[in-house]
Design a protein around this ligand. Sequence first.
Ligand code: SF4
Length: 236
Amino acid sequence: MGDAIFQQRSGYLGVGIVGRCGLLTPNQLAGLGDLARSLECRYCKMTTRQTLIFIIPENRLEELKAGVAALGLKVGVFGEIVRNVKACAGNQDLCQRALSDVFELGGKLQDHFMNRPTPCDFKIALAGCHRGCTDPLCADYGIIATSNDNYDVYIGGRGGSRKPVHATRIATSITGAGVSALLEHILKRYGVLGEPRERLCNTIKRVSLEAFLPPEGFLDPYRPSEENDFLNFAKW
Ligand code: SF4
């Protein structure tokens, strides 16, 4: 695991750049353009996981790192860790169908969990409605909004392989704070139960889904209600 910096067969370096759930401000976008030109970046590629790859000469890496940090962005991560959060266009500016502001939740999850070590790579996908444009059922931890600050959670999905696996729903109608608390629980269980380089879907297959479920009552404080809304707001 480490930074998403890869030596390419062409001799160039490929460097992954991460924004908050793929969101860029106009200044960041313009700054990246300037940076790409100044570094003789061969080209830039938007990835399926909402990162941006710069293909640069090897000797320009440190300048790229400094430029990316100055724009408030990060060099991506890879390997056996929690990856950047993939979120759909789910907010009131970007999609009419969004039932909740997924950038608000996704940004908090990314800030808190990205880069945490796990037995195998761990991918989080968040969708603002059941259409699931980010394929939340193909992620290790998939989140789908069902109404404002109300989410269903799925675990154990895997896409992009010869044997894709659909995730299983383990929670319905919990708040964003509940999504975060449940993710903390799942990561702890995965850390205990997972074998090195064992993807979550395979750990679930080996030890059972029940081994990952939270204890009874764990999610009760995160069910939307007036009293819980106040307590969760204070914690979150
Ligand atoms: S998942 Fe729903 S809210 Fe998100 S971009 Fe797709 S249609 Fe819009």
